[in-house]
Design a protein around this ligand. Structure first.
Ligand code: FAD
Length: 825
């Protein structure tokens, strides 16, 4: 253990010349590019899990990017529960690598505070505490008086509440990176310093040629861990990662007597409103802050010659943060500043790392944009190693998956969004909040029309889509809040139109995947667990991984015996493209055609009448049945017409080429005028599907769950072979340990927003996956996974919303139209 992590990191930064002059192997199973904390963690995990011949190539010394000048503070809180889990794993790993390597990581597990200086931040922390309950993390409220006992330099009068996590602390960044690398060596992993990679080229046989000035290595897999140079390393393979290095400051104070005389190491902390983090550094303090106006560094590209330099401090950029910090930790104001560090590190567009196999590439992996490498590096290494070795990680890492971005995530967009995320590092994003930067990246032909009608827009997978409709553009605003807000009544109005008349919603944002060729049916039959329909029909089916975890819930449309279209989650479209293309047989073709098909879904009892007015196709109940489809004309334009609905009412999805969308919309509006037609948005749809108990991808359906737990087994065709069948059969025979349930919550004025704990007799038995207000039945509802013993219909559990417990009754049938008569009629 060291007493002073920063001094060890910067002044005594280690070197290790043991690989100098050692010849490079000509072949390797995997080449990792970059010896920062992330690359070294991946080397460690791949080697530990048994891959031989894994090598890491580092341009300079290990830790020659952002890793050496990190502040070394570690904590478990993250907006995504699975990232929190991986952060907890990372922190738990440090002892192991220290023991294996004999290299100190300088760990101080001091515990740490999360400080709320107003009610809003207190609410935020209540949500975090609730998550921690079911995740088994070690967080507890502490009395404000106790803050001063644990850290005498903090002035508690500025605070409303404090959450304590005993897994927080700090470490030595340089020592930690070396510990990963040296621990990897004990399992046969090798690293070569002073070996810049200058090219990565795919060979005709599918292997990678990794070029260096010391020779070329032929590798099955390449992993980009270039950190500050992730963009440049990506360019070598024709990739443009939307990541951006950002300047970041922290200060080191001179000696503070109270610290020097404390006789123990003081805990670390985060103050959200002040946007600061702090910890003890030797006998002074380290204080870091995320400026309200971030400074992107080297937008055009990171220079290769940049190495162990720091950037000139710009204290004027952090002056207002320092003022708050000095008020809250007064000793900071009195102590002199010994060092002001300004160093760059790389951010991604939503603040989370981008990891995994890059869609469209063979065996090209990345772990880039890891902006909290010492909190997350271990988890990133674990996940990527599992993914490379087993074909899938052991937990759902959607929040970090590189496939959550598509080609719309350009370098320019990446800089804008990464800067926004830097500035919002400790700024709360409310559940109903839509972030302002990087908007209008992708729009449909209806954008202006819907905005003029009062649409409040959100953005999903780069595309603008309507959330709800106000009375006009000036009225289309809402305050970010945890509680119900002014949009509530407008959403109610949309739901009423759908329930009583007819409503329309844009569906450009659904993913569409097209399969053509003689082998298409056989291929789909193998990769989909459910039934593949006959020509002219639609089915709903889960898609499973070989381990039986959910990897899709898809609507399959058979346009012809050798022509299929799959409709699914828009967010998941690149991840599905990656899945579909990895072993595609030669007798079919596949394309992600999401951008080639936009459209409108009509819903409501009068939707048939409206549709019949604008098509010559007979859409009567006898001629056009539930789950039928037609390639026909609607509103005078060519369409794919599906009789299916996600609202629970009679409904149709009308897909057309984007250039026909405006005409189709005009036709719908004209024909619907005297039928009570109204546009509706995503919030109304999400409310209506709750009453039907229908899950949504990324919320209820995700690889953390299997078909039996999620109830998707009802759609499985057990009489055929399909990917994941053996595992699914085993899961069915064993019975689920937890189940997806729908609950009605007795609460007023507030609804769940996701990730709340579900409790029985005070003990966490599950969590809320999503929920909200159900307008047709007039009640607050939630869906979530709970332990099977607690999942019996009629059971009353408790759901924790902002620290209060509310009774939640499990339903045994959909709350609205339980027999589905409306939809099928
Ligand atoms: C001021 C500051 C404070 C921070 N504080 C914290 C903190 O308290 N806690 C925390 O968790 N995180 C903190 N961070 C963030 C943390 O430093 C980063 O998340 C982490 O360093 C990212 O590691 P990396 O391995 O991805 O990238 P890097 O450290 O940048 O490593 C990339 C490596 O790749 C090598 N490389 C690049 N191109 C090539 C090539 N072509 N061939 C061979 N090698 C190549 C580079 O030389 C470099 O060594 C801080 C960062 C800064 C700047």
């Amino acid at each position: 253990m060291t007493d002073d992590n920063l001094v060890q990191s910067t002044l005594n930064k280690q070197t290790d010349d043991s690989s100098r002059g050692k010849p490079l192997p000509s072949h390797a199973k995997a080449v990792i590019i970059g010896g920062g904390v992330v690359g070294c963690s991946i080397l460690f995990h791949l080697s530990k899990f048994g891959w031989k011949d894994v090598i890491l190539l580092e341009r300079n010394e290990l830790t020659s990017g952002s890793s050496w000048h990190a502040a070394g503070q570690i904590h478990t809180i993250s907006s995504d529960p699975n990232i929190s889990r991986l952060q907890s794993y990372t922190i738990g790993l440090y002892k192991e690598i220290e023991e294996l390597s004999g290299q100190s990581v300088g760990l101080h597990m001091t515990g740490g505070f999360y400080l709320a200086s107003n009610k809003t931040w207190y609410d935020y922390l209540k949500r975090e505490r609730s998550k921690a309950r079911y995740m088994g993390l070690h967080q507890e409220w502490i009395d404000l008086k106790e803050i001063a006992d644990r850290h005498p330099l903090i002035d508690p009068k500025h605070y409303y509440a404090a959450l304590w996590d005993d897994q927080d602390g700090d470490l030595d960044p340089s020592g930690t990176t070396y510990a990963f690398a040296k621990a990897a060596r004990t399992f046969g992993g090798q690293y070569f310093t002073h070996t810049p990679v200058i090219g990565t080229t795919m060979r005709p046989d599918g292997q990678w040629e990794v070029k260096t000035e010391r020779g070329t290595v032929i590798a099955e897999h390449v992993v980009n861990c270039g950190g500050l140079w992730a963009r440049e390393v990506g360019h070598m393979a024709g990739l443009n990662f939307p990541v951006q290095p950002m300047e970041h400051h922290y200060l080191i104070t001179d000696r503070i007597d109270e610290i020097a005389n404390a006789g123990r190491r003081l805990p670390c902390g985060i103050d959200y409103e002040a946007n600061i983090y702090f910890r003890q550094e030797r006998d002074g303090m380290l204080l870091g802050t995320y400026e309200p106006v971030g400074t992107p560094w080297k937008v055009g590209g990171t220079p290769w010659e940049f190495g162990h330099e720091l950037l000139p401090p710009k204290l004027e950029n952090i002056a207002d943060r320092l003022e708050l910090a000095f008020e809250r930790v007064p000793a900071l104001a009195e102590a002199g500043i010994k060092d002001a560090i300004n160093g760059p590190f790389t951010f991604g567009p939503d603040g989370n790392p981008m990891i995994g196999p890059v869609p469209g590439m063979r065996n090209y992996w990345c772990a880039v944009g890891v902006m909290a490498g010492f909190c997350q590096g271990g988890g990133v290494g674990l996940t990527l190693a599992e993914w490379m070795i087993d074909g899938e990680p052991s937990i759902d890492v959607w929040a970090m998956d590189v496939a959550r971005f598509g080609d719309w995530a350009t370098p320019d967009w990446g800089t804008v969004k990464s800067t926004e995320n830097y500035e919002r590092r400790f700024v709360m994003t409310f559940p109903n909040e839509t972030l302002p930067k990087g908007r209008l990246q992708k729009t449909t032909a209806l954008y202006d029309r819907l905005v003029a009608k009062g649409a409040r827009m959100g953005q999903g997978f780069g595309l603008e889509n309507a959330l709800w409709f106000a009375d006009g553009p000036e009225d289309a605003h809402e305050e970010p809040t945890f509680e119900r807000n002014r949009s509530h009544d407008y959403v109610a109005r949309e739901v009423k139109a759908v329930q009583e008349a007819v409503g329309g919603i844009e569906i450009a944002n659904f993913a569409k995947h097209e399969f053509k060729g003689a082998g298409a049916r056989a291929y789909l039959d193998r990769i989909l667990a459910g039934y593949v329909p006959k020509p002219g029909r639609l089915t709903l089916t889960p898609m499973l991984t070989p381990k039986g975890r959910l990897y899709g819930d898809l609507t399959v449309a058979c346009l012809a015996e050798d022509h299929f279209m799959l409709f699914g989650s828009g967010a998941m479209q690149e991840a599905h493209r990656r899945w579909f293309t990895r072993d595609l047989p030669a007798d079919l073709t596949y394309a992600n055609v999401s951008d080639d098909w936009h459209g409108i879904a009509l819903s409501g009892p009068k939707s048939r009448a409206l549709l019949q007015r604008i098509t010559r196709e007979d859409v009567s109940v006898e001629a056009f049945k539930f789950r039928d489809l037609r390639q026909t004309f609607v509103g005078g334009v060519p369409v794919i017409l599906n009789r299916i609905s996600f609202s629970g009412e009679l409904g149709y999805e009308i897909y057309c080429k984007p250039q026909y969308l405006l005409r189709l919309a005009e036709a719908v509006e004209e024909a619907g005028a005297d039928l009570g037609y109204r546009w509706y948005g995503a919030r109304a749809l999400m409310s209506m599907r709750l009453e039907k108990g229908w899950g949504v991808w990324t919320l209820e359906f995700r690889p953390d769950f299997n078909a039996v737990e999620s109830g998707m087994d009802a759609f499985i065709n057990w009489n055929k072979d399909f990917v994941g069948k053996a595992a699914a059969e085993e899961q069915r025979a064993k019975g689920p340990a937890r189940k997806l349930v729908t609950m009605v919550i007795e609460v007023d004025g507030i609804d769940v927003s996701g990730d709340e704990a579900v409790l029985q007799d005070g003990a966490a038995v599950g969590y809320v996956s999503s929920g909200g207000y159900a307008h047709r039945t007039g009640q607050s509802m939630a869906m979530g996974y709970v332990a099977t013993e607690a999942a019996t219909p009629g059971t009353v559990l408790s759901v924790e919303i902002l620290g209060e417990m509310y009774p939640a009754t499990i339903l045994g049938a959909p709350a609205y139209d339980p027999n589905g008569g409306n939809m099928r009629g």
